[in-house]
Design a protein around this ligand. Structure first.
Ligand code: F0G
Length: 458
């Protein structure tokens, strides 16, 4: 069959001009930032791949929606529009807006987790695990072993290993496990999806043991795309129907609207249980705002409702992931070690393989991210030992198997030419990889240290 390529299903109506910097300016900027890309000024960045969170381009429809903001303190029209979208696309009975995903994680952890509880999940996510710990829980990783191997070709490296879960149930008892936290496209594993078969098996297992399933549905449309592409029986199904079917396997969800839903701010907690909803809608008043706005302006809720609808559009999702795959394949052609299969929201460089001469405690991924910035002004992010943090009880570093640099692609923001420039920059850095030295941490904050830690060159 002749090839039919993806292309952006939109045209560009407005542009933001970028500042070009000199090598000297970048060298100074990254040094001043303590070799932490989070501490760079955005204006010193050429192509920003720090995150796909809140960095996507809204559509003209979303911007038009912003003008429909009903900025009432209580019962804003836009809340009901958002509630309708959540019911229609995700099927959850109750929804409480929050300012972003971690606001919802806080509420969920506080209403579900008791001191001494166990919370299994398919690999940790930084903010999710911290909220579980702050509520008195202990996180246990129950993702399949393949997820920890950067080149294992398993098509669903986000899957939960039900034997690992069963071991926890036997060891601690089901009553100690309030819920299993399951994420769609596992961020820290490289944007790897979970299969519908696995979700259904998890549903059956947890039902038998009286354990709830709570979804981190932050990148659910991207997960649905991989199910459509890779899982038997789904190739003719719509993304929207797969998204709904995923939600149907769960009891509730936290959502960061800043990813799939194409908004710059927003999130929600969704629940099916009325009692838990009542608890959460009372608690949200303490942390975010009234349960009909949860820290968001009316206009933000309107834009998120429209973004949810756009996120499941077939052409949108094909082009979104098509662009990520385009960059990934360009890097594979250059023999750059990246996580494969290529994930949904970005490309993850394996820093252990890229810089084999560095120990993990010399922060290879952190050093590599700084080096890429210095080369071209492309800003990426560490997803390795710095992100993993320390064990809250022992104070020891976690040593994650995966030591990665994430090149996260914002949705609808960059062009194919940007992708080429990124690949060329990574290639240049790869050619001089032997000269790259490690880092020493000179400032370490207590919580989520990767955001604000500072380093110096060894
Ligand atoms: N869950 C996942 C899987 C995430 O990737 C994020 C955020 C959150 C929850 C928290 O949502 O930021 O809206 O509070 N991830 C961003 C990232 C920060 O860069 O991957 P939030």
């Amino acid at each position: 069959m002749p090839k039919r390529s993806w292309a952006e299903p939109f045209k560009i109506k407005m542009v933001e001009l970028l500042k070009m910097t000199t090598p000297k300016q970048r060298k100074d900027a990254i040094k001043k930032a303590g070799y932490n890309t989070f501490l760079l000024k955005s204006e010193d960045v050429y192509i920003d791949l720090l995150t796909d969170s809140g960095t996507s381009a809204m559509s003209d429809r979303q911007w038009a929606g912003m003008m429909l903001g009903d900025e009432a303190y209580a019962g804003s029209k836009n809340f009901y529009t958002l509630e309708k979208a959540v019911k229609k696309y995700y099927g959850f009975k109750y929804m409480i807006p929050t300012h972003q995903g971690r606001g919802a994680e806080n509420l969920l952890s506080q209403i579900m987790i008791k001191q001494g509880d166990i919370v299994p999940g398919n690999m940790y996510f930084t903010t999710t695990r911290l909220h579980q710990e702050m509520a008195g829980g202990t996180f246990y990783d129950v993702i399949i072993d393949e997820a920890h191997d950067s080149t294992n070709p398993h098509p669903f490296k986000g899957n939960i290993d039900l034997n690992k879960l069963d071991d926890l149930v036997k060891k601690f008892g089901a009553e100690k496990i309030p819920y299993v936290c399951v994420a769609t496209t596992v961020n820290m594993a490289g944007g790897q999806p979970v299969s519908m078969e696995n979700l259904k098996a998890l549903r059956a297992y947890t039902h038998k043991h009286g354990i709830k399933v709570m979804l981190d549905m932050t990148r659910i449309a991207e997960n649905a795309y991989f199910i459509k592409e890779r899982e038997a029986g789904y190739s003719r199904r719509s993304i929207a129907s797969i998204v709904k079917e995923i939600c149907d396997q769960t009891d509730g969800a936290t959502f960061s609207g800043k990813k799939d839903a194409l908004v710059n701010i927003g999130g929600f907690l969704a629940l099916n249980d009325e009692k838990k909803y009542e608890e959460a809608s009372n608690l949200v008043v303490v942390f975010e705002g009234l349960h009909t706005y949860g820290g968001l302006a009316g206009r933000d809720m309107e834009a998120m409702a429209i973004g949810i609808e756009e996120s499941v559009d077939e052409n949108h999702i094909r082009a979104r992931i098509g662009q990520v795959i385009y960059l990934g394949e360009a890097l594979l052609d250059l023999n750059i070690p990246i996580v494969t299969p290529i994930g949904g929201h970005g490309i993850f460089i394996d820093a252990k393989k890229f810089l084999p001469h560095l120990e993990q405690l010399q922060f290879p991924a952190q050093a590599l991210a700084a080096e890429i910035y210095e080369d071209s002004g492309v800003r990426t992010m560490e997803r390795g030992i710095v992100s993993a943090g320390r064990n809250a009880k022992t104070g020891d570093h976690y040593y994650p198997e995966l030591e990665l640099v994430r090149l996260t692609i914002p949705r609808r923001v960059y062009t194919q030419a940007h992708m080429d420039v990124i690949a060329e920059s990574v290639e240049r850095v790869y050619k001089k990889r032997h000269k790259i030295t490690g880092l020493e941490m000179v400032y370490e904050p207590t919580y989520l240290r990767f955001f604000q830690a500072k380093f110096k060159k060894l």
